[in-house]
Design a protein around this ligand. Structure first.
Ligand code: TRP
Ligand code: SF4
Length: 404
């Protein structure tokens, strides 16, 4: 697949750092399930990424790898529509990371906001390591190795996709200047036929001289339509249009995932490190118990005390799970002390258990037969590797490696 086609490709990864919970489901996984039917999707377990912060307890998170994939499958991530794999099974990520590290200024990595933040947050760990500094670059390699066009990420990861774009641009700038690029590009223009060639030239001038972005997009669309030119020529013409060299690595865009409105049981963000989660495989009685005992508006000490849903984490669950009608019932009943908190929680208990029940049934099938999961991952890795090998080959060639 050429760089051009792969712009319709989506890639995302998740670290295997614990049990998946309702926050992952509502924030990330529902989105993956939708995307897999709209794009060519690659989803992977970022086990090397987990090592950047958990190198001291790698044995623990190993068991999360398979379990996480079971959760993906149980919620409807479909191996027929997306490729699922484990990062460490595709060593090309590491080779690209190494090669990119040669041209990435250290300051770019030191300035990534998560670098200092995480070091402070996880101050009990020694994170003054080479691997931790380099982790956004490893992420860049993950993305660029598939020439993915779109990367669904949360707000905290947007800076990493931005870094990825900068690294790709720098790479293309340094290595995309093949000998005789301009002549090759002009020869490729002629191969498009007179009409298209003229249009291409006009659009290129409009973009390069007036910065007309619409012209750039039209030019890119024109190139996508061309049937008679080779993949190499097409990529040359993409670069020539933009004024760079040949485009070897494609710049991805973030698909910003809306933060899930679902809080944890205590109203903070649902997170394995806060002990406030409902995991996807939580026994249903336990789900009921956890919701029944979760915090409510502290002003409602007695049934007769009116409350304010805005101050209550249960209300945020209603916003995720309840109909307009139920929500009106909650607001009125809470403010007038007309309903009790347990009564208010009942529809949530019903909705969450109804949501989890089929997921747990699916998960149980895979738990019983983990070999199915292993073979899904083996197949996914194979598809991923095929694509990764093609990119690494182009990268080696562009850098003048392996040419003898
Ligand atoms: N860094 C991401 C996280 O911590 C996980 C990740 C690794 C990722 N490689 C990626 C996400 C590539 C998107 C694309 O959540
Ligand atoms: Fe929260 Fe509902 Fe109780 Fe109001 S009635 S405090 S919204 S649980």
């Amino acid at each position: 697949m050429s760089t051009v086609d792969s712009q319709q490709r989506v890639l995302s990864g998740m670290r295997p750092t614990g049990r998946l919970h309702l926050g992952h489901y509502n924030g990330v996984l529902k989105n993956w399930v939708k995307l897999q039917y709209e794009y060519e999707c690659f989803f992977f377990v970022a086990d090397w990424h987990a090592l950047t912060t958990h190198y001291g307890d790698s044995a623990i998170f190993q068991e999360h790898v398979l379990n996480m994939v079971i959760d993906w499958l149980a919620v409807g991530v479909n191996p027929g529509s997306s490729s699922l794999f484990v990062q460490s099974k595709v060593p090309e990520h590491a080779e690209l990371h190494l090669l990119l590290s040669m041209l990435t200024p250290q300051g770019w990595l030191e300035r990534v906001p998560s670098y200092k933040d995480q070091q402070e947050k996880l101050s009990e760990k020694e994170l003054d390591t080479y691997g931790f500094l380099g982790y956004p670059l490893l992420q860049a390699a993950d993305i660029l190795i598939y020439r993915a066009g779109y990367v669904p990420v949360g707000a905290d990861q947007v800076a990493h996709v931005e870094l990825t774009r900068e690294v790709a641009r720098r790479f293309n700038h340094i290595y995309g200047r093949e000998h005789g690029f301009e002549e090759n590009a002009l020869a490729a223009v002629r191969k498009m036929g007179k009409k298209s060639a003229r249009l291409y030239a006009q659009l290129r001038t409009a973009y390069q001289e007036q910065g007309d972005h619409e012209a750039l997009e039209k030019g890119q669309a024109l190139l996508k339509e061309q049937q008679n030119i080779s993949i190499g020529d097409r990529e040359r013409l993409f670069g020539f249009l933009e004024g760079s060299g040949k485009m070897i690595l494609a710049e991805p865009q973030s698909l910003l995932t809306k933060a899930s409105k679902m809080p944890g049981l205590d109203g903070q963000k649902m997170s394995n490190s806060y002990d406030n989660i409902i995991s996807l495989r939580e026994p249903l009685e336990e789900v009921e118990n956890k919701i029944a005992t979760m915090q409510t508006d502290p002003a409602r000490v007695r049934l007769t005390d009116p409350g304010d849903p805005e101050k209550c984490p249960v209300w945020q669950f209603h916003q995720n799970y309840s109909s307009e009608e139920t929500k009106t019932w909650v607001i009125e009943g809470c403010k007038s002390a007309g309903i009790g908190c347990l009564e208010c929680k009942k529809p949530i208990i019903d909705a969450v258990t109804a949501e989890l029940e089929p997921i747990q049934k699916e998960a149980a099938q895979y738990e019983k037969d983990p070999d199915i999961v292993r073979s899904i991952l083996a197949e996914g890795s194979e598809t991923a590797r095929e694509s990764a090998k093609k990119t690494i080959q182009d990268v080696r060639e562009a850098m003048g490696l392996n040419t003898w």
